[in-house]
Design a protein around this ligand. Structure first.
Ligand SMILES: Cc1cc2nc3c(=O)[nH]c(=O)nc-3n(C[C@H](O)[C@H](O)[C@H](O)COP(=O)(O)OP(=O)(O)OC[C@H]3O[C@@H](n4cnc5c(N)ncnc54)[C@H](O)[C@@H]3O)c2cc1C
Length: 402
């Protein structure tokens, strides 16, 4: 079915990956992205296990390795930045810091650059209506144009509007009770090459991560029941952080001073996407749209890359899209289950509310950081990024090596 017209909506990691593979399998691919230009933003993301294997099959692994953040590992620290537990990459490999840790915009661009030479990209537009018949979908765009496609792939991230249009009410969100902000602040010489994770009481905590550009990436979170804070204005979200952390020590005074002027501010309520089905007729979901596992899983980007590879490969194998979608689900479901399998007690323990909870967390981390326990802890803490058997699809095409 390689002459078929496929529309992908969303040009981030998931959308670009499926576009890359579909183009190589010979499909006629269009990608529509709501943002006016390619989206550069985002902080550190990890590519692990099967995700690295797919990047390697694309010939893009080295390009990604060349752009890693250079973070040497993760330290759990106290108020004075004294190390409670250290997890160094050179010591344990993929741990709380992944071997291939990269900025979200960089990994997305590495896949986008070769793909835009063989797929058509339309920025600044989005789907407003889809009418399906037995042969395909008539898609109406916000710009007013309409076009007929054989298949529509939705890769719009956790808050996808097209998912709600085609599968209204089917997403059973699983809230992880964490409200989190990501942004950058200027670095200092004393910051070093290790990420620092600090927690205090009241469910508050933050990670400071060194960036390759000399800035520090801040992840700041509060463990609380969601009030849909992702829908607030940026001003209100910033004020929320200023109020929550106003009386805290550690690096918080330095961080709070920067918040009003921060530009790359990303704020969200961590929630998993739970869909009983990923396709309806000729519309299929992938990446965070289908199964967002949240950054807590450490394998959200890996799942998006692997999902794109499998979906494209299964579509290339058969003319029967229903069979292709069924095979895609069969292969991806166990991997997604692994990614989403984090019990909600974990964020609760990692973001303690009481002095006792904080003392308990630090005692556990002290033990976890010992030589005997470091690897075991990393395995328990992280989701298994290899829990999928990657099929070999017909690779009878020229690999892109930019
Ligand atoms: C700007 C940004 C910053 C991020 N920062 C981080 C981070 O710091 N840490 C982290 O772990 N994860 C971050 N993520 C999420 C991370 O990229 C994903 O969890 C993961 O890589 C899976 O990617 P995805 O392609 O499925 O979804 P996403 O990366 O969320 O991409 C979805 C894409 O679809 C586009 N889109 C949304 N709605 C529509 C629509 N209706 N029509 C057309 N296009 C649409 C979005 O603009 C985006 O480009 C960020 C995502 C974005 C978009």
């Amino acid at each position: 079915m390689n002459n078929k017209k496929i529309l992908i909506t969303g040009a981030s990691v998931g959308g670009n990956t499926v576009a890359w593979w579909l183009s190589r399998h010979g499909f006629n691919v269009t990608v529509v992205e709501r943002a006016d230009n390619f989206r550069e933003g985002g902080q550190n993301v990890d590519v692990r296990g099967a995700g690295r294997e797919v990047l390697s099959r694309m010939g893009l692994e080295q390009a990604a390795l060349d752009l890693t953040t250079g973070e040497s590992g993760t330290d759990w620290v106290d108020e004075e930045n004294r190390v409670i537990a250290r997890f160094a990459v050179e010591d344990i490999g993929d741990g709380p810091t992944a071997e291939l840790e990269i900025m979200r915009g960089d990994i997305s661009r590495i896949i986008y650059e070769p793909t835009r030479k063989c797929a058509k990209y339309c920025f600044g537009d989005n789907i407003v209506d889809i009418v399906q018949d037995e042969k395909g979908s008539l898609v109406t765009f916000n710009s007013g144009s309409t076009e007929y496609f054989d298949i529509v792939i939705v890769a719009e991230g956790v808050g996808s509007s097209t998912r709600e249009l085609v599968f209204p009410g089917e997403n059973r969100m699983r809230y992880m009770d964490l409200t989190i902000a990501y942004f950058s602040i200027p670095g200092k010489d004393s910051d070093g090459k290790f990420a620092r994770q600090y927690n205090t009481t009241g469910g508050r905590g933050a990670t400071l991560k060194p960036g390759a550009d000399g800035n520090m990436r801040v992840y700041m979170g509060v463990h609380k029941v969601s009030e849909n804070e992702q829908k607030w204005s940026v001003e209100r979200q910033k004020q929320f952080l200023l109020d929550q952390f106003a009386h805290d020590g550690w690096e918080f005074p330095r961080i709070l001073k920067e918040i009003p002027g921060v530009e790359d501010f990303y704020f969200d309520v961590m929630r998993q996407v739970k869909m009983d089905r990923w396709s309806k007729g000729r519309v299929v979901l992938t990446g965070d749209t289908a199964w967002c596992a949240t950054p807590l899983s450490g394998i959200g980007t890996t799942l998006a890359i692997v999902g794109g590879y499998v979906l494209a490969g299964e579509l290339a194998k058969t003319d029967d899209h229903t069979a292709a979608f069924a095979a895609y689900e069969r292969i991806m479901r166990p991997f997604v289950k692994e990614g989403q399998g984090l019990p909600k007690i974990v964020p609760r323990l990692l973001w303690p509310h009481t002095r006792f909870g904080l003392a308990f967390l630090r005692a556990v981390m002290r033990l976890a950081g010992t030589k005997a326990m470091r690897k075991i802890f990393s395995k328990l803490y992280l989701r298994n990024s290899k829990k999928v058997e990657l099929p070999d699809y017909d690779l009878n095409f020229d690999r892109v090596r930019e």
